[in-house]
Design a protein around this ligand. Structure first.
Ligand SMILES: [Zn+2]
Length: 89
């Protein structure tokens, strides 16, 4: 997943694939998520310097129950969810 691909699904409800397997919520088994990029840099850069600043992860938030999952950015593919109906809150 590169920056351009991430921009394409920005602010969208997505489905995710990691390790050739579709990601499902381990709490409610739903497969639609909101996502955001999170930095892994703080701990590593403390020890190794700025070259780790680009290291990132993708945090997925289950749309149905709010459960959070995290994957390394370079190991996950996000695709716009086919039926991304917006819920009224
Ligand atoms: Zn869930």
């Amino acid at each position: 997943m590169d920056a351009k691909q991430l921009r394409a699904v920005r602010d969208m409800v997505v489905t995710a694939v990691a390790g050739s397997k579709a990601v499902t919520c381990y709490h409610c088994a739903a497969d639609r998520f909101r996502w955001q990029r999170v930095a892994l840099a703080s701990r590593a850069s403390l020890h190794f310097g700025a070259e780790f600043l680009d290291d990132g992860a993708i945090a997925l938030e289950c749309v149905d129950c709010g459960c959070m999952l995290e994957f390394r950015e370079d190991r996950i593919e996000l695709t716009r969810a086919p039926s991304s109906m917006r819920r009224k809150s």
